[in-house]
Design a protein around this ligand. Structure first.
Ligand code: FNR
Length: 356
């Protein structure tokens, strides 16, 4: 089987995984409008290449939150990765280390933060946090990841409740009982209200709000990055609350349906932030040219979610590495063909946005 682009891994994973697991990974909320728009919106952004610029040497490396990385693509937090293959998060974390890119461990990982830290890159391993109704659990988790050397706390803010995902309801989807959410194991007795699907979403605190950012800051000195911001108003609030970064994200279209594609709102957020903190994005990145377009609009780095699952389903750690190498090579080619020798040469003049 020859893997040439990310869509090849997607086709393979669709054949390999059971329907219920495939639907869980692929699914979006309600009519999946935002999930699909995330991809479509890239197709109406056109590149304006500059030529005759000596691109014999192209450098894809970058720095985010002070860490030097081989290229500006990171692994977004996705829970339950062992559903795709037994390697799960250990496989994807090892692949991130081999590629020297940023890795974000999900709260809902099937390996523990200790196990993942042991194989992760020390340069850029981040932890994604959901804030629980039982705040003491959150406090302990934050202290645990702090002491393990995780470098940033990614706080997901777009999931006070879980979006309605039709296929999961039709399939009666449940996390198989042999998979445990290892980071929550220690708190089993406190988590008396785990939902029957095993997705754990009913333990997340819907009262979590801006005033709680200060509480999080009191728990840790780690940089705090808010994941799920989609408007200039919230971007401004994020800066005012002293966080260090924003991930423009609509949770891969799995939460509020009917929101814009993330690439469409990226410029609004970048303009509001005015360079005061780093802005990243995720959602629908499938090509090297997508990475280039997002950087041109102002993202410092992008993250990929579902494609990592496809890589795992293909060949575990090796599959994720193969996929990342393909994306990196595509990005390298896209930079060269656009006349960019380094990340610093990628700017807004490189893209033109057409109406959808
Ligand atoms: C996610 N996402 C997610 N986000 C998060 O903050 N914590 C999590 O545990 C998860 N879990 C999760 C599971 C699955 C199966 C998917 C598809 C997504 C959202 C994820 O981090 C990211 O925002 C999107 O996946 C990005 O979109 P693409 O790359 O999948 O198009």
């Amino acid at each position: 089987m020859s893997m040439i682009c990310l869509a090849d891994f997607e086709a393979f994973a669709k054949r390999r995984l059971s329907t219920a697991v495939w639907d869980f990974y692929a699914g979006g909320a309600d009519d999946c409008e935002s999930r699909d728009r995330n991809l479509l919106a890239f197709k109406r952004i056109y590149l304006r290449p500059r030529l005759l610029r000596d691109v014999s040497m192209v450098d894809t490396s970058t720095i985010i939150q002070g860490s030097a990385l081989s290229f500006p693509v990171g692994i977004a937090p996705t829970g339950f990765q062992s559903l795709a293959c037994p390697d799960g998060e250990i496989g994807s974390a090892k692949a991130a280390k081999a590629m020297n890119i940023c890795y974000v461990t999900s709260t809902l990982a099937t390996y523990s933060v200790e196990e993942i830290a042991a194989v992760s890159t020390s340069a850029c391993n981040w932890f994604q946090l959901y804030v629980f109704k039982k705040r003491v659990i959150t406090e302990q988790l934050v202290k645990r990841v702090n002491s393990l050397g995780y470098k940033s706390l990614v706080v997901t803010v777009d999931l006070p409740f879980i979006g309605k995902r039709r296929q999961d309801i039709l399939n009666h989807f449940k996390i198989p009982t042999h998979l445990t959410l290892k980071n929550l194991e220690a708190f089993k007795n406190d988590l008396d209200s785990l939902d029957k699907s095993g997705l754990c979403t009913d333990i997340i605190d819907p009262s979590f709000s801006w005033k709680d950012i200060q509480w999080l800051q009191s728990l840790t000195d780690l940089p705090i990055i808010l994941k799920g911001i989609l408007t200039r108003e919230d971007a401004e609030l994020a800066v005012r609350h002293g966080v260090q970064g924003i991930i423009v994200s609509n949770h891969g279209g799995r939460q509020l349906d009917g929101v814009h594609a993330t690439i469409e709102v990226l410029s609004e957020v970048v303009e509001a932030v005015k360079g005061r903190i780093e802005v990243y994005m995720d959602g629908g990145i499938r090509r090297g040219t997508d990475v280039l377009k997002a950087l041109a609009i102002g993202a410092k780095c992008v993250f990929i979610g579902r494609p990592i699952i496809w890589g795992l389903a293909y060949k575990g750690e090796e599959g994720v590495k193969d996929l990342l190498q393909i994306l990196k090579a595509e990005f390298h080619t896209a930079m060269a063909l656009s006349g960019c020798k380094s990340i610093s040469e990628i700017d807004r003049s490189l893209v033109q946005v057409a109406k959808l």
